[in-house]
Design a protein around this ligand. Structure first.
Ligand code: NAD
Length: 341
């Protein structure tokens, strides 16, 4: 590569970092995105490929090296006992994306082509805000946002207003159980909320995702209580004293449901890449009729022992991937509407 194109790449990487950091701040901190997700993802991938080709372009402030954004200074910071990470996005939105992920997992585990298919748990990728719910002896004691992955925001006051989140778990939960999941807004609740705003002559909200994120991060729980929020559990954080802990992700989700936590019915245990492709296609067909927004599917290695063996890279686990659907939103959709949190 000649010196001119190297200098061009360095300038382009710096430009992308600035642009993405500005967009991420608007999205994560202000809950008021400046561009559609598809545009953000496109620029993110461009920066990732520049950094992959020339690792010296990778700076510590690059959005590819970080999770989420800083916390709002008005809310109390919470240091997570177990970091809340991101999930790698599979760039290929065709079935080949699922095959690429399965191939990476098999190579990392040193499996030959003739060896048995890997079992995966496939779930929807809910388009909301990640939350960590801390239950001590079955009682909800704290709820925190993901923040930058290490430090989130204490939003217990608002999460208590979400009717479907149990304040006390049923059954025999472990002494300490951190439940991770997504707070989101159903499409019909979003439409009703905007109809009410119009009646009152108030500004309407842009989309369910940012309305939910804005509601969770309100300082006043009365305001949050006026915004109809829902929740799906999809994982766990810190745990203590769990004698009969589940051995697979699918069993873990079933167990969380038995504790009274809301989980999504659309999930499956899939065998190998073929099983993932089938689930991806099945959900594509019903995506528009779901009562809430998703932005893809998440594939997770089902065995928790294999997850531990596969481990993490700096901001993402090696055992999970987000397989998105081709982007549907248009730039104008976002820019035509005034953002309000
Ligand atoms: P991510 O894509 O890295 O995925 C991790 C998140 O997925 C988790 O924190 C969780 O909240 C969520 N999730 C939903 N369903 C899940 C499931 N079943 N299992 C596990 N996790 C699940 O999240 P991110 O790093 O917050 O980035 C998300 C997206 O945000 C990006 O792809 C981008 O499109 C968007 N974004 C948009 C802008 C913008 O300006 N429009 C800016 C920043 C980020």
């Amino acid at each position: 590569m000649d010196l001119f194109s190297q200098a061009d790449d360095a300038a382009r990487a710096a430009e992308l970092r600035d642009q993405l950091n500005r967009y991420a701040h608007a999205y994560y901190v202000l809950d008021a995105p400046l561009v559609p997700d598809a545009e953000y993802d496109r620029l993110f991938r461009e920066l990732q490929s520049l950094e992959r080709a020339q690792p010296e372009l990778r700076t510590p402030d690059s959005p590819t090296q970080r999770v989420g954004g800083p916390v709002l200074k008005e809310l109390t910071p919470v240091r997570h006992a177990v970091p809340m990470l991101s999930i790698e996005t599979e760039t290929d939105t065709t079935p080949a994306g699922a095959e690429a992920f399965d191939g990476r997992v098999r190579r990392k585990l040193g499996l030959e082509a003739h060896e048995a298919a890997i079992e995966y748990a496939a779930e929807l990728k809910f388009d909301g805000l990640a939350i960590n719910l801390r239950y001590e002896h079955g009682v909800l004691v704290q709820a925190a946002t993901r923040g930058d992955g290490e430090v989130g925001e204490d939003v217990t006051h608002n999460i208590r207003t979400v009717g479907s989140i149990p304040l006390r778990l049923q059954g025999r939960p472990p002494a300490l159980l951190e439940v991770r999941g997504e707070v989101y807004m159903r499409r019909d609740d979003f439409e009703r909320l905007n109809a009410r705003q119009r009646e009152l002559g108030e500004k309407t909200f842009v989309n369910p995702r940012n309305t939910a994120a804005g509601a969770v991060r309100q300082l006043d729980p009365y305001v949050a209580a006026q915004r109809p929020l829902s929740f799906f559990a999809y994982g766990v954080g810190a745990i203590e004293g769990w004698q009969d802990a589940p051995l697979t992700h699918a069993a873990l989700i079933d167990t969380l449901a038995s504790f009274g936590l809301p989980v999504c019915e659309h999930r499956c245990v899939a065998s190998g890449a073929a099983g993932l492709v089938a689930f991806h296609a099945r959900i594509a067909a019903l995506r528009n009729s779901l009562p809430f927004d998703i932005d893809g599917i998440v594939y997770k290695v089902n065995s928790l022992a294999l997850q531990r063996e596969l481990g993490f890279r700096n901001r993402e686990p090696h055992w999970a991937v987000a397989h998105k659907y081709p982007a549907q939103e248009e730039l104008t959709e976002l820019l035509d509407i005034e953002v309000q949190v």
